[in-house]
Design a binder for this molecule. Structure first.
Ligand code: ADP
Length: 516
């Protein structure tokens, strides 16, 4: 096993990797930008090294500097997390050339899966079903129209180098194709420095179902079942669960075998994910392989009972997987909500500022993978995902009620977050039935993101009342307190617990929970 690992990331995933290392008895080196000097991952690591100014292009993305820090601090391996350098083949190669271990797949496997068109070619040659379309980028609109007409509109234009839904355009008629192609190319050029765009049939109303794969250097390739990630906004996942209501044990075995075949064809090692679209008839199509740990890996960990990040590290250190495929069947139901610094009632506009107060949910079956704390500054330099709230319960219904309970316990003051949106999804009958496609969220956006309902107005009023009460109590006139509380005796009880009485935040939190 390694004695020291450098964690080339920030936020929740840096902390996640550091925790995995701590449990394995491995020392950690954190890297950070000037904006993250006080971030939790910096404090939790054994060592931390400043690598540059806030923009990631000058800090977290400067691979050469990260490798130099690893060499200087005596780390033997680099864990890239997700995003940033995690899927850059040149970085994996540079790490290896420096005599270090890249905790992820070989550079060749990243290359093979890195471009969507190359991945499609590889999948086809391995007998993996893909969405009808091209395996090469289209030259111009005329060619694109001719191709589209062979399988019919609507079609989807996709950036070959794509990721995060960028460079994608749905085209419903030939007359729209030229404009859509030009704008997809522009967006792809800006985002990836590569304007290659190819064309796929647009599948109406599918689910996004992905298969977790884990492979070692001894030829073992296993799949760890599926994650359902259909709750998406602008092709970005918001809520994930494992297993999927749409996947039977028989379909799981078939999709799993397909994912294993794709991984073997790419010479894959370490943790990876094959993404599929699953249509209404149970037909599935390979989309792409993500050659890294994914944001949503915890739901698989909870239902399969293993630590994927620790296995990434152990596999990278040369250990053989001690499991057989038959060891893996999902137990219970896990669900994850991405807590982002975005304002759902305002078009998911990014929200910035200082987290004044953070109260985390606890209790049975609740897991919080976060990178924030009270006092954290949330800016615009990095991804808006602050944390993941994950629950595990015996059934899907119980997972939903557990998630609702945990979301209510969660308080993040100072910035807007996606919390209220998630609560509404949990309350939605379609979601409760599991009757969801990748278009569901966009189709139901108004209902899921409308500004404060009456109940929420009551919550705000309760917070204001609690503030006034607290101020009055501090000023010595405790009598007003009971009058504004919905349950004055509880306040009295709280007050006797502490010499100074409850803080206004505690009172406001309790009042707001009660009014929900
Ligand atoms: P990215 O790498 O940018 O995330 P993907 O190929 O994974 O791009 O696609 C992102 C999302 O777009 C998928 O999860 C799915 O919701 C939707 N999507 C992709 N391809 C198709 C398709 N052919 N038909 C319908 N929806 C699609």
């Amino acid at each position: 096993m390694f004695s020291k690992v450098l964690v080339a990331n920030r936020g929740e995933i840096a902390l996640r990797v550091i925790r995995a290392c701590q449990e394995l008895g491995v020392k950690t080196v954190a890297v950070y930008s000037e904006a993250d000097a006080r971030a939790p991952h910096v404090r939790e690591a054994d060592e931390a090294v400043l690598v540059g100014p806030p923009p990631s292009s000058q800090s977290y993305l400067v691979g050469e500097r990260l490798i130099e820090v690893a060499l200087r601090t005596g780390a033997q391996a680099i864990h890239p997390g997700y995003g940033f350098l995690s899927e850059r083949a040149w970085f994996a190669r540079a790490v290896r050339d420096a005599g270090l271990v890249f905790i992820g797949p070989p550079a060749e496997a990243i290359d093979a899966m890195g471009s969507k068109t190359a991945a499609r070619q590889l999948a086809i040659s391995a007998g993996v079903p893909v969405v009808p379309g091209t395996t090469e980028s289209v030259r111009d609109a005329d060619e694109a129209i001719a191709i589209a007409e062979t399988f019919g509109f609507p079609v989807l234009l996709k950036a070959a180098a794509g990721g995060g839904g960028k460079g994608m355009r749905i085209v419903r008629a030939a007359s729209e194709l030229a404009d859509a192609l030009a704008s997809a190319k522009r967006e792809a050029q800006n985002a990836f420095g590569d304007d290659a765009v190819y064309i796929e049939k647009y599948i109406e109303g599918p689910r996004h179902v992905e298969i977790q794969v884990l492979a070692d250097t001894h030829g073992n390739v296993l799949h760890l079942g599926e994650r359902e990630c259909s709750v998406q906004r602008r092709h970005q996942k918001m809520i994930e669960e494992a297993p999927s209501v749409a996947v039977s044990p028989e379909l799981r075995a078939r999709m799993g075998a397909t994912a294993v075949a794709a991984a073997r064809a790419a010479g894959y090692v370490n943790a990876g994910t094959c993404e599929f679209l699953l249509d209404k008839d149970g037909q599935y199509y390979f989309l792409e392989m993500n050659t890294r740990i994914q944001v949503e890996h915890p739901v698989t960990e909870l239902v399969m009972g293993l630590d994927l990040v620790q296995w990434q590290i152990r596999v990278a250190a040369g250990e053989a997987l001690p499991f057989a495929q038959k060891d893996f069947a999902p137990r219970g139901w896990a669900m994850e909500c991405r807590i982002t610094s975005e304002d759902p009632s305002n078009g998911f506009l990014p929200s910035t500022g200082r987290i004044e107060y953070l109260h985390l949910p606890t209790g049975p079956g609740v897991r919080w993978d976060g990178g924030i704390e009270s006092g954290s500054e949330v800016g615009l330099h990095y991804d808006p995902m602050l944390a993941k709230l994950i629950v595990h319960a015996p059934t899907r219904d119980l997972a939903i009620s557990r998630m609702r309970r945990a979301l209510r316990e969660l308080t993040i003051d100072g910035i807007e977050t996606s919390r209220s949106f998630h609560l509404r999804v949990m309350d939605h009958p379609d979601f409760q039935r599991g009757d969801i496609t990748i278009q569901w969220l966009e189709q139901n956006l108004p209902a899921l993101t409308a500004p404060a309902t009456d109940r929420e107005s009551i919550r705000l009023a309760a917070i204001a009342a609690a503030l006034v009460a607290h101020e009055e109590r501090r000023a010595g006139s405790g009598t007003a307190t009971a009058a504004v509380m919905s349950d004055g005796s509880t306040v009295g009880h709280e007050a006797s617990r502490s010499a100074h009485g409850p803080s206004w935040r505690d009172v406001a939190r309790r009042e707001s929970l009660r009014s929900l």
